[in-house]
Ligand binder design. Structure first.
Ligand code: AHR
Length: 495
């Protein structure tokens, strides 16, 4: 089988916002406790952060981490995670039926983020709380004024503000499972008033309003329109969330699920443009795909986890080879929509539906999906290039015309580098793929990594962490790369 991919230096989709490669840490399961924080661990630093995890996240160059939830944030009192740790309350955490000790809060998390070298995307509670408390946490984190919450931060030992630029106005407020679930109108009013107070407190911040929790929500569309009509001038982004899975074991259909993500982005962008026109505004609303990943493997086992534990093992999906291909395709879709999607968060980062896993008191290991995400973080910065892919297509899982080859190309002008991310969805045949890179004739290949495995269900584990790991590819010969059946490739060129 053959394919042709054309790129032209003159055809740029958009500069990629670095926040496109964000991730997410929620107070859920073992993400915080035993994930990033484990004071008794042999690698723990002076603040109790696991250095093995911290170093890995730093080396991946994750640019942004959403915090502290997720569903968790909708019942959270941010003050619980500040100040004297001995006085912090232990709480019943209602989103995940767990016990939250509050040993880690924003005071500690901002320090972890600093040590990693990442920015925080902070969510406020619009479930059980409202605009006033949202303004207060912005003051605590960002203000230099001689006023109550800024002084509270100083008293807690932080003279310098945390400088958090990106904020979420609640989480999945359209979902009946959410603490403090709201109708479209209720949320739109609350989000609008919270946005005003938050921006009055710090005019430099950017705000993400909740869109739908996924595109099959009953209120999808109506929700977005209502929120935008109410809050258009006060917000900057609308959120999108979607998780994918293969519960019916239909691998060809599953490998095409990035087409659903593509359609979802187009639909939400169309709604934003419709309301822009209706309002006669010259401002664009951009998209924040701030929860995306594969999530389905752990759903049955989670039903058996006892309630009211501290850091129970929840949402611990073990990812296989086909999940890594899907994550590669989803990343390509985000890159190819970089003109509209400015922020995106792989949900999540450690232990909870995560690329990085830890054993309590033990080693850290990497899942299959770690590799496409890490390569995108490291080598996906720059300009998203328009790619024209000519290849055969197939139908599966209710979708037609799924291209066998899925691709995105990024040009980093400052570093004189081009990165090609490409997935072969064909389960049987290799695809001889020829690249025509007009304007990049003086670029030569410097690296070709391949992630593949004969068994699509192969996984890594603490005992066998190297079952699915990247290998060296044979590279490009006369502009052609052989894409082995069901394989992911990262190819770097340099001038
Ligand atoms: O990421 C896990 C959960 O998925 C988040 O808490 C919630 O926002 C979503 O439903």
């Amino acid at each position: 089988m053959k394919a042709e991919i054309q790129v032209n230096k003159e055809k740029v989709i958009s500069e990629i916002d670095n926040r496109l490669y964000g991730s997410f840490i929620e107070h859920l399961g073992r993400a915080v406790y035993h994930g990033i924080y484990e004071p008794n661990h042999e690698t723990a630093d002076d603040m109790g952060f696991r250095q093995d995890v911290l170093d890995t996240v730093r080396e991946m160059e994750v640019p942004l981490v959403r915090y502290p939830g997720g569903n968790f944030v909708s019942g959270y009192h941010w003050e619980d995670g500040t100040g004297d740790r001995a006085k912090r309350p232990k709480r019943m955490e209602l989103a995940w039926s767990s016990v939250e000790t509050n040993e880690v809060g924003i005071d500690e998390f901002q320090e972890w983020a600093k040590r990693v070298g990442t920015d925080i995307m902070m969510a406020v509670n619009l479930g059980t709380r409202g605009p006033e408390e949202a303004g207060n946490v912005v003051e605590y984190c960002n203000s230099r004024t001689d006023t109550h919450f800024a002084n509270m931060r100083r008293e807690n030992g932080f003279e310098e503000p945390f400088g958090i630029r990106t904020w979420c106005l609640g989480n999945e407020m359209d979902g009946p499972w959410q603490i403090g679930h709201k109708t479209p109108k209720e949320y739109a009013r609350t989000a609008c008033e919270a946005a005003k107070i938050m921006k009055w407190t710090d005019e430099t911040i950017e705000l993400v309003a909740c869109g739908s929790s996924h595109q099959n929500m009953e209120t999808f569309g109506e929700w977005e329109e209502t929120v935008l009509r109410e809050a258009y001038e006060h917000i900057d982004y609308l959120s999108m969330h979607e998780y994918y899975g293969n519960p019916d074991n239909d691998t060809p259909g599953y490998l095409g699920c990035s087409i659903d993500m593509d359609n979802f982005i187009t639909k939400v962008a169309t709604i934003c443009d419709k309301i822009k026109k209706e309002k006669g505004s010259d401002k664009d609303i951009y998209l924040s795909f701030d929860e995306w990943n594969v999530w389905f493997h752990s759903q049955e086992q989670d039903k058996k986890v006892p309630r009211w534990q501290i850091a129970p093992p929840l949402l611990e999906d073990i990812y296989n080879m086909e999940d890594a291909l899907v994550v590669g395709c989803l990343l390509n879709t985000l890159i190819n929509h970089a003109d509209r999607v400015k922020i995106a968060c792989l949900a999540q980062l450690v232990n909870v539906i995560a690329p990085i896993m830890t054993v309590n008191g033990g080693k850290m290991w990497l899942q299959t999906i770690f590799y496409p995400y890490m390569y995108a973080c490291r080598y996906g910065r720059g300009k998203a290039m328009k790619t024209e892919v000519a290849c055969d297509t197939y139908s599966a899982g209710g979708k037609e015309a799924i291209p066998y080859v899925d691709c995105s190309v990024v040009w980093n002008e400052e570093k004189d580098g081009v990165t090609i991310f490409v997935v072969n969805r064909n389960l049987k045949d290799a695809v001889e793929t020829s690249f025509s890179l007009a304007g990049f004739e003086d670029y030569k290949m410097i690296e070709h990594k391949v992630l593949d495995h004969e068994d699509m269900k192969a996984v890594n584990s603490p005992e066998k962490p190297d079952t699915v790991v990247p290998r060296e590819g044979v590279g490009m010969e006369n502009g052609t790369v052989t894409l082995e059946p069901h394989s992911y490739h990262m190819i770097r060129l340099k001038k």
